[in-house]
Design a protein around this ligand. Structure first.
Ligand code: PLP
Length: 375
């Protein structure tokens, strides 16, 4: 067998770090075909049904479906009237859209430092960065771990600064026994290909304020009010083409039936690693914030000699990776540059291992045993 085909086979046998879940063909396809040939594939009933089911799932008063988590983030910043000259305190430990959407508003990103143990934005660092220009704090519940919401809610109240929650990784995670983001006005979720739940692409902006919801609904569609005819419409604030369509929503409506079982498997695998890998030398497990329950989109830990760890895992058929690139090193964020010693510490040794719905009990036992053998 050639080296190339052997490598391909090995690759296909690898346990991946991320994997899109699709409902069984015989369940999904009829629902999808129904929409595709219905004569109405744009934003319509399937989208409104998806919004309603999701709203009940997270138990939030208003949920607006959009075509990506990025669109939801941009709308969240617009609702807070963020503009050039403003500052938003954010984290570099995230996927780029958290911060590129700030940049497109013209506002300046101010980097908070992270907790060196878990990589989540550190409220103590944020407190020191607040100025009269600070118009929002954006929190990323990275890899499904929830930020220290007790502290951030306190900061938000004390300085009267809104908190925007980027929960793209954190569907199904909890804060004080309720779904993360519940009760906060501006929380976003993503249904991009590799998230807990995918609609191929899509997102939700979850709000508690009805006036904001009406504004966001118009911004989602050029600034037009869908409840009125085109001729009756008068655009007062220019908007975007950010809506979800019925095809993505049809997938989402079927996905919602499987969501509990998907998320429960992520959580069960995550808790298994928490128990199996604790107190192991060469590894530091993350501390989870008070009153929070992660939904383990990825399992996160710090390891000594990371390159050797990744090599050992990969040679045993398990993908291990860092997945994300710290955002503050992009040229576009050069004006925001500052020293972030804890970010440095976390970034140099964190790694993710597979823990999603595709990881079987046998897989996770094998993964834990491999790690225990050392690298
Ligand atoms: C933390 C975070 N925020 C926002 C996004 C943007 O979501 P989307 O890809 O749906 O636009 C992503 C995903 O790519 C993400 O990982």
């Amino acid at each position: 067998m050639s080296e190339k085909s052997w490598k391909q086979i090995r690759k296909s046998e690898m346990i991946p770090l991320v994997k899109p879940f699709m409902p069984p063909r015989d369940v999904l396809m009829p629902a999808l075909e129904n929409i595709l040939y219905s004569g109405y594939i744009a934003e319509g009933e399937a989208v409104y049904q998806f919004e309603d089911t999701f709203r009940q799932y997270v138990d939030n008063p208003y949920c607006l479906a959009v075509n990506s988590g990025t669109a939801a983030l941009h709308l969240a910043y617009l609702l807070e009237n963020i503009k050039a000259g403003d500052e938003i305190i954010s984290t570099p430990m995230t996927a780029e859209p958290t911060n590129t959407t700030i940049a497109v508003t013209g506002a300046k990103v101010v980097w908070g430092d992270v907790d060196p143990n878990n990589g989540l934005l550190d409220p103590k660092s944020v407190r020191n960065l607040i100025t009269e220009k600070t118009k929002a704090i954006v929190l990323v519940h990275y890899a499904g771990m929830v930020c220290d919401m007790d502290e951030f809610n306190q900061l938000s109240k004390e300085y009267n600064i809104p908190v925007i929650e980027d929960a793209a990784h954190a569907l199904g995670s909890k804060y004080r026994n309720k779904m993360t983001g519940l009760g906060n006005n501006n929380t976003i979720f993503s249904f991009q290909a590799i998230k807990h739940m995918t609609t191929v692409d899509g997102g939700i902006l979850a709000l508690t304020n009805g006036t904001d919801m009406e504004r966001a609904r118009k911004l989602r569609w050029f600034g037009l009010d869908k409840k009125k005819s085109r001729l009756e419409n008068d655009i007062t604030e220019a908007g975007y083409k950010y809506g979800m369509n019925n095809v993505n929503a049809a997938i989402g409506n079927v996905q919602m039936r499987y969501l509990d079982s998907i998320i429960n498997t992520h959580i069960s695998n995550g808790k298994y690693y928490d128990a199996e890998l604790k107190d192991m030398s060469g590894i530091e497990l993350p501390n989870y914030s008070n009153h929070t329950e992660p939904s383990y989109w990825l399992y996160t830990m710090k390891v000594e000699r990371r390159e050797d760890f990744i090599k050992m895992m990969e040679s045993n058929g398990v993908t291990a990776s860092t997945l994300h690139h710290r955002n503050d090193t992009h040229s576009v964020f050069k004006p925001s540059e500052r020293e972030l010693p804890n970010m440095e510490t976390f970034y140099n040794s964190f790694v993710h291992i597979p823990c999603g719905w595709w990881v079987t009990e046998e897989d996770r036992e094998r993964i834990a045993a491999l790690i225990k053998k050392g690298w």
